[in-house]
Ligand binder design. Structure first.
Ligand code: PGA
Length: 260
């Protein structure tokens, strides 16, 4: 795992955007795994800027989103369909038929989850998966005690997640209790992972993810098993890391490191 600590949120968003650009330069028809939440907004804004000003092309890209609330129609202002449309898809040139987001309104969740997994496979697998992290250490909506080999399925949201997400809803009771989410196993199958975190509220979860034991109590810690995972964080999210100096040394020393 590589840990990249940047002083500010805009700087970490730019590092993340550059990694997406690198993947698209190497493979213009890449399959990207998308995340919602406040954290990737800076990354999406930078990608939109690169698309508009520097011709970054998404015309062959396919995307799969991590999760969606159960029960929210696609045009609900808090649905992840709505979030993705407003914050990213409507500003870039990804063909609408290449966009896959779990359905929060299907009449058959079990069949939908199986179909979603199959679509990822049929599209060749996810090349780069973008991840946020919950204050309880979740990735996607894989709440504590989720199986580390889980696949796309329904999950019940944990109380800290409902509390965190209540800020987006008029009343706490309006936050959906269930979500449809890629599993930890689905996420680990992606070829590259980038996990983004910003702010003090994420510092404990970040330290547990990077330096703690691999445990289903912190599902993000499963990324320790991945061969190509980068954790990109700002200064505040890095405050509880014990090995911070080491990560910064590695990042700074990179240009001089042997490449063969
Ligand atoms: P946030 O959510 O980016 O809004 O903090 C992250 C998450 O819960 O995965």
């Amino acid at each position: 795992m590589e840990v990249i600590i940047k002083q500010t949120y805009p700087e970490m968003s730019q590092v993340a955007a550059q990694l997406v650009v690198d993947v698209l330069n190497a493979k213009p028809n890449a399959v990207l795994g998308m995340a919602t939440g406040s954290t990737p907004l800076g990354l999406y804004q930078e990608l939109v800027r690169l698309h508009k000003n520097e011709g970054l092309d998404f015309s062959q890209v396919t995307t799969f989103n991590l999760d969606e609330y159960v029960g929210l129609p696609v045009d609900h202002p808090q649905s992840y369909h709505h979030f993705m449309r407003e914050n990213f898809f409507k500003h870039v040139n990804i063909p609408p038929q290449n966009v896959y987001i779990p359905s929060g309104t299907t009449s058959n969740y079990h069949a939908f989850c199986q179909w979603f997994e199959k679509r990822i496979e049929d599209c060749g697998g996810i090349d780069l998966q973008i991840l946020g992290i919950g204050s309880d250490g979740h990735i996607a909506f894989n709440e504590p005690t989720s199986s580390l080999s889980s696949r796309t399925r329904l999950k019940t949201l944990a109380k800290p997640t409902i509390d965190d997400n209540a800020r987006f809803f008029e009343r706490r009771e309006d936050v959906p209790v269930y979500a449809i989410t890629m599993g930890v196993g689905t996420i680990l199958d992606a070829r590259k992972l980038i996990l983004l975190a910003s702010g003090n509220a994420k510092a404990t979860a970040v330290a547990q993810t990077v330096e703690g034991p691999i445990t289903s109590m912190v599902t993000a810690s499963a990324i320790q098993l991945h061969r190509d995972a980068k954790v990109i964080i700002d200064d505040e999210a890095a405050t509880e890391l014990r090995m911070r100096d080491y990560y910064e040394f590695i990042y700074q020393a990179q240009p001089g490191a042997p490449t063969t």
